[in-house]
Design a protein around this ligand. Structure first.
Ligand SMILES: NC(=O)c1ccc[n+]([C@@H]2O[C@H](COP(=O)([O-])OP(=O)(O)OC[C@H]3O[C@@H](n4cnc5c(N)ncnc54)[C@H](OP(=O)(O)O)[C@@H]3O)[C@@H](O)[C@H]2O)c1
Length: 369
């Protein structure tokens, strides 16, 4: 018996050493394309790039202008917008995400997703777009003068009455809000919906989209944003610096949570017996650590099995159809993007630092015009 135990301990130790060596080698081999760019681009465009994690490593420089493949369109970007996703990539936090995006250095050196602009060229298989079309959508590397995107992916025509800045504010934030309310919470007219974090990028869209679905909306934000959240249609606004909504008497059919600053037990107190809790995100830039809030979705999944309420996390799916739905909501005046600050392309690091403070009021725009 003793010998068996000894061998088990030896094997476990060996496996630990192998795992450590594997991570060690993977860490030092982790690299990116930045070093490979030894010559000046033949056909340059300006873009934001980063060779190492950290906002201070963001650079505004010339890179090669992309050429569309047969299935892609080349878009000249007029406006982009910043999301917490961008600072997650730049900081490489929570650290566990580095397993996918690069252990020591970011695998991808380009940043940004949300864009709006004008089609400059199309690949030979593209029939849905033509040069001169104004479009908006989501594609990695959007903090640049140009981006190439497959015509069948998350890109659609921009309604004429929607500005480029408004269109650029839509993709991640508005699609998330729409899918949380429509697909996860399945909000119906007359239902009571609470939006925690109602004044940020996702929250300002969520308040308006919930209202457009006929819900009675309560927004939670700090005192300085109470008027803003009321002005975009919230029926009730709770200032979190004065009142904790989880201690209130009101119960909700749905809670859309952009902050994750209460326990699931606390949310359940104010959720109706058949209510739905949708976790979208949370945790500030300085609070990410090893796994950030990633334990929360697992906890919600487990809790959901034992209670009558539905609790879970959602991950937005950027797609053409929902971009068009949102373009329409804005064109018809049911939703108006709230734009907080505007920065130029070379000021992306400042824009990201601002978003990292965690108190943006609506969307932060990068204006390239
Ligand atoms: N799951 C997904 O697919 C998905 C998609 C998009 C975003 N997200 C995540 O969702 C979260 C929100 O994104 P966002 O774009 O809306 O971020 P954001 O624009 O940075 O918004 C931050 C907002 O949070 C509010 N806030 C901070 N502390 C609060 C508190 N204690 N109670 C209520 N509100 C508070 C701030 O309002 P005050 O200034 O009034 O404090 C601010 O308006 C982020 O964690 C993001 O990573 C997830």
């Amino acid at each position: 018996m003793k010998r068996v135990l000894k061998w088990i301990v030896r094997i476990v130790l060996l496996l630990l050493v192998v795992a450590f060596l594997f991570v060690f080698v993977a860490y030092w081999r982790s690299t990116n394309d930045y070093e490979k760019q030894t010559t000046a681009p033949a056909n340059p465009m300006k873009a934001i790039v980063y060779r190492d994690y950290g906002v201070s490593n963001l650079k505004f420089q010339d890179v090669e202008k992309p050429t569309p493949t047969d299935d892609q369109i080349l878009v000249r970007i007029h406006a982009a917008s910043v999301n917490p996703l961008d600072w997650h990539y730049v900081e490489g936090t929570p650290y566990i995400m580095r397993m996918g995006v690069g252990l020591r250095k970011p695998k991808e050196i380009r940043l940004g997703v949300d864009f709006a602009g004008t089609v400059e060229a199309v690949g030979k298989n593209v029939t849905q777009f033509k040069p001169g079309d104004d479009v908006f959508g989501g594609r990695d590397g959007a903090f640049a003068e140009y981006v190439c995107v497959r015509a069948d992916r998350a890109v659609t025509l921009k309604p004429a009455s929607v500005t480029f800045e408004q269109a650029a504010s839509i993709p991640i934030a508005a699609v998330t809000a729409l899918q949380a309310l429509r697909d996860k919470a399945k909000v119906r007219p007359g239902q009571k919906v609470l939006i925690n974090g109602a004044s940020g990028g996702v929250g300002t869209f969520a308040v308006q989209i919930a209202k457009s679905f006929g819900a009675e909306v309560t927004g939670v934000c700090s005192g300085r944003n109470v008027d803003l959240v009321r002005s975009i249609g919230a029926d009730h606004v709770i200032d979190y610096t004065k009142e904790d909504f989880t201690k209130g008497k009101q119960q909700y059919d749905a809670i859309i949570d952009n902050v994750a600053n209460h326990s699931l037990g606390e949310y359940r107190q104010v959720l109706k017996p058949n209510g739905v809790y949708v976790m979208i995100g949370g945790g500030g830039a300085n609070e990410q650590g090893l796994i950030g809030i990633m334990a929360r979705p697992v906890e919600a999944m487990v809790v959901s099995k034992f209670v009558s309420q539905k609790m879970g996390m959602m991950l937005a799916d950027l797609n053409k159809k929902d971009l068009a739905v949102l373009g329409d909501l804005i064109q018809t005046g049911k939703v108006t993007p709230v734009i907080d600050r505007r920065y130029k392309l070379n000021e992306v690091p400042d824009a990201i630092r601002y978003l990292e403070e965690g108190h943006a009021r609506g969307k932060v725009i990068i204006n390239l015009e």
